[in-house]
Write a protein that binds this ligand. Structure first.
Ligand code: FES
Length: 76
């Protein structure tokens, strides 16, 4: 079990997405969201900011346990 405090201060979570930018930000209008959208939180998706399942490979290779945030309408 690894706690947040054991992470080395200089570790990064984003290995390759938009590294030319100072900060990676995506803005989406709530009105444009579909019934259900999965957003990547592992920073390994080829479809970032959307989840493409790459977290599974990352978790298997590293022992990590990350997954997406799923935004859905209540009745979806
Ligand atoms: Fe990153 Fe699914 S691909 S959370």
């Amino acid at each position: 079990y690894v706690t947040y405090r054991t992470i080395k201060p200089k570790q990064i979570c984003n290995p390759c997405i938009s590294k030319d930018k100072d900060k990676v930000v995506h803005i989406e209008n709530i009105e444009d969201l579909g019934e259900k959208t999965s957003y990547c939180r592992c920073w390994r998706s080829a479809k970032f900011p959307y989840c493409d399942g790459a977290h599974g490979k990352h978790n298997r290779e590293t022992g990590d346990n990350v997954g997406p945030i799923v935004v859905k309408r209540k009745n979806a």
